[in-house]
Design a protein. Structure first.
Length: 320
């Protein structure tokens, strides 16, 4: 496989100038509650589109709020493709997705939601979450695969919780000033990639991993998380990869002390810590982004030995 490597200059904080497009979008309609539990409901509500990949149903430009309903949009048991974009959610729980076999795209929305989550997804796959902003509460994922979470701003929220999340990618997101843990990775959430995310001043820690394996984390910026304690904690002994072995680069750590063994992440190590995030740096990237993590792993090589495990991950980023 031919991979074209280019250089990009990245700022100190990937989200320094970040602003959700949804904030700039004029919301045209007020909705209190949308409930979809069959394909025909998209037609009943009058949403445009045909439910195909080429022409998905479109829910857009809605202001979702209600003094009586707890949830803004609930979608379950459907196999039609849909997009939710340019909506404002000011409600207890923003979006619930359950048991869908189609693709879903959640793009350019703002969430100011209460307990338990801005976005809750369960028993589903093939979901894109991109360019959204969230405050107060983050996301809840359970038994999902092939999530693509790109360029989201998660500010002053509780934990992003992952249970049995597989083969998903979290890239260029900013987790700022969280009141708990930035991301909780639990219960066999395996073969996920976390690359080029910013974790800044999350109260308990940036990432906590329990009973989950073969996750790869590199080029992330960890700054002042954990209140002077562990910035991250991996409870799995040498079961995850806090670096990219191919390029021998790990993550940026604001408190890295120069230990030649690497950076201590609990029961594991970042073998190739990059020190503190500099004012600017050059980062290799590629011109193409594969559609699934499985393709990326196969393309770069996944080597599993009987004595040890070596995971090689090169993520194919689409030039933006």
């Amino acid at each position: 496989m031919f991979v074209c490597i280019i250089l990009l200059v990245l700022p100190l904080k990937p989200a320094k100038e970040w602003k959700s497009k949804a904030i700039e979008t004029e919301v045209t309609e007020l909705y209190t509650y949308i409930y979809i539990d069959s394909n025909d409901d998209f037609i009943t509500y009058g949403f445009p589109g045909e439910g195909t990949k080429e022409n998905p149903y479109l829910i857009q430009n809605r202001w979702m709020t209600s003094p009586t309903w707890d949830t803004a949009i609930y979608i379950k048991n459907i196999d039609k493709h849909f997009v939710i974009k340019n909506c404002d959610f000011i409600i207890e729980e923003g979006l619930i997705i359950r048991n869908i076999t189609s693709t879903a795209k959640i793009i350019n929305n703002t969430f100011d939601c209460g307990f338990p989550a801005s976005i809750s997804i369960r028993d589903s796959a093939n979901i894109l979450i991109e360019n959204n902003s969230m405050v107060a509460h983050s996301c809840y994922f359970n038994n999902v695969s092939n999530i693509r979470m790109y360029n989201n701003l998660i500010n002053r929220t509780n934990n992003l919780e992952m249970y049995q999340v597989r083969e998903s990618v979290f890239e260029n997101n900013s987790f700022l000033n969280g009141v708990g843990v930035g991301i909780l990775i639990k219960q066999n959430s395996n073969y996920n990639v976390f690359v080029s995310n910013l974790f800044y001043r999350n109260f308990h820690s940036a990432i906590d991993i329990e009973n989950s394996f073969n996750n790869t984390l590199f080029w992330n910026n960890f700054t002042d998380n954990g209140g002077g304690n562990f910035q991250v904690y991996d409870h799995v002994f040498q079961g995850n990869y806090w670096y990219n072995e191919t390029i021998m680069e790990g993550n940026w750590w604001s408190d890295y002390n120069g230990d030649p063994q690497g950076y201590d992440v609990g029961l594991n190590w970042d073998k190739y810590p990059l020190g503190k995030f500099p004012e600017e740096t050059t980062t290799p990237t590629t011109t193409e982004k594969n559609t699934t993590l499985r393709d990326a792993l196969i393309g770069a090589g996944l080597i599993i030995g009987t004595v040890g495990i070596s995971v090689v991950v090169i993520w194919f980023k689409k030039y933006r």
